[in-house]
Design a protein around this ligand. Structure first.
Ligand SMILES: *Cc1c(COP(=O)(O)O)cnc(C)c1O
Length: 461
């Protein structure tokens, strides 16, 4: 073992080999040294572990080629594009909503150039970043005012801090949700400095439960959308209108954490559980919070929309700055919201809405095309599949879809999945009964050649 360790050359000496000198010329000395360090480090590690190692001939072309691969890999972005073939449209691990080209253009314009982020071009005086999208949000939701922060979690925190610090928030036991990433409503309420008053039971909460819990210290009645689970059977919750009347009579704020913000009724597409923001506000909810990058289909953002007096209070909160949205997200959000109004059709221009509303026959046609492209490379079959909206919405509500199932004669599904993840553009599918399923509801026509490349590369291994 020690013999082999001693046979590893010094980096300085290796830089004098003609094969490695050529790498320095083609790339750079720094990158070549880094690649040598990584490669020698790996060899040293294997030798020290006691595994058998065949040392390469360090002065030969083959070794330089392996370094070239390392250099190219080191140049690649860590955060980069993948193909989402999971069938989960808003996939938390895969970056949630894909943005519309119009949103990318807006980010490009504002990122590459100076912008009027906080300059009022009419008066020449200081402006507010929050003004750019507020009127659009109001137009699309019927809200009197709106505020945008970093994400919906921040919106909930700000909403509670700004209205209920040191006071009581009344919430139903059936709605004390955990969203993920340990964002649990009871903890968030506590961290916001408010006091949670739980009412009702897990499956049933009545209007009188809320009413009985209200006292002089109560500030907020909080509803939250149980977006990632469903309680079925013997259940009830009061109507928003009745809660709104109660809040108004007792001079309280009715707040709703909606999660996925939907601006249009999605029930024609089989999504019957997602309330529309405008309907919620019309029912009398004072403020509603929702995400920019779930069903809205925009960038990460948290939107707070509702009554002008409550929004004004949040807008002057000292911690707003710590939660504020950055200019690139803001540009993407405004551009996305504009796609909801004429002359655009959001179901055609916003990728999330386009994917969930795409006719099944078109999805099937894409699966057939992919199977055709893979003909002769791997065994495929086109089969019906269930796609999902994801992003914490409607876990039980599948969207009809089609997938291409792939079986490789001498690779397990796990090994094939691993190879697809290591393709130049990684392809992420689902494993089902020891086969890889590539769901075509979340893959675009333009991505099919990338899928073929990835499978071709896996096949060549
Ligand atoms: C997803 C979700 C959130 C958090 O939204 P982010 O934009 O991820 O911060 C909050 N509340 C509900 C009900 C959600 O579903």
């Amino acid at each position: 073992m020690n013999d082999q360790l001693r046979q590893l050359p010094q980096i300085e000496a290796m830089l004098a080999y003609p094969t490695i000198g050529a790498l320095v010329d083609a790339y750079s000395r720094d990158e070549t040294v880094t690649a040598l360090r990584l490669t020698l480090g790996n060899l040293r590690h294997t030798i020290t572990k006691g595994d058998p190692v065949q040392l390469p001939d360090f002065a030969e072309d083959a070794f330089a080629d392996s370094l070239r691969k390392v250099i190219k890999q080191e140049r690649r972005m860590n955060l980069r594009a993948v193909v989402n073939a999971t069938g989960i449209i808003i996939h938390t691990n895969l970056g949630r909503a894909r943005l519309a080209p119009q949103a990318i253009d807006a980010m490009h314009d504002v990122g590459l150039n100076a912008s009027n982020l906080e300059l009022n071009l009419t008066t020449g005086k200081r402006g507010s970043r929050y003004d750019h999208a507020e009127a659009l949000i109001c137009e699309l939701t019927g809200a009197e005012a709106a505020l945008i922060v970093n994400n919906c979690a921040a919106a909930v925190v700000l909403g509670l801090m700004g209205t209920a610090m040191g006071r009581t928030v009344v919430a139903s036991r059936g709605e004390l949700i955990e969203i993920g990433g340990s964002f649990r409503l009871p903890d968030v309420i506590a961290q916001s400095g408010a006091i949670l008053r739980e009412v009702g039971a897990t499956n049933k909460t009545r209007l009188s439960d809320y009413a009985d819990a209200i006292d002089d210290n109560t500030a907020v009645l909080l509803k939250s959308h149980t977006s990632n689970f469903k309680i079925v059977g013997f259940t009830s919750a009061p109507d928003r209108r009745d809660l709104a009347k109660l809040a108004q009579d007792r001079n309280l704020i009715l707040m709703e954490d909606l999660g996925s913000g939907v601006l249009f009724d999605l029930s024609p597409y089989g999504m019957t559980d997602e309330p529309v923001v405008a309907d919620i506000l019309k029912a009398g909810v004072d403020v509603v919070m929702f995400s920019g990058d779930k069903l809205l289909g925009g960038p990460q953002a948290g939107i707070i929309a509702g009554k002008a007096d409550v929004i004004a209070k949040l807008r002057s909160h000292p911690l707003l700055r710590a939660l504020r949205i950055d200019k690139l997200s803001l540009a993407a959000l405004e551009a996305t919201l504009r796609l909801y109004r004429a002359p655009h059709d959001p179901f055609d221009t916003i990728p999330v809405l386009k994917m969930l509303s795409e006719p099944l026959t078109d999805v099937q046609a894409r699966a057939d095309v992919l199977a055709g492209l893979l003909d002769g490379l791997v065994a495929t079959s086109v089969m019906p599949s269930d796609a999902f909206v994801g992003g914490g919405s409607l876990p039980q509500q599948g969207l009809q879809s089609f997938a291409v199932s792939i079986a490789h004669s001498d690779m397990t599904a796990d090994a094939l999945a691993d190879a697809l993840r290591h393709a130049p553009v990684p392809v992420i599918g689902r494993i089902h009964q020891d086969q890889i399923l590539l769901d075509m509801r979340t893959v675009t026509d333009a991505e099919l050649p990338l899928v073929v490349d990835a499978i071709g590369q896996a096949h060549a291994k």
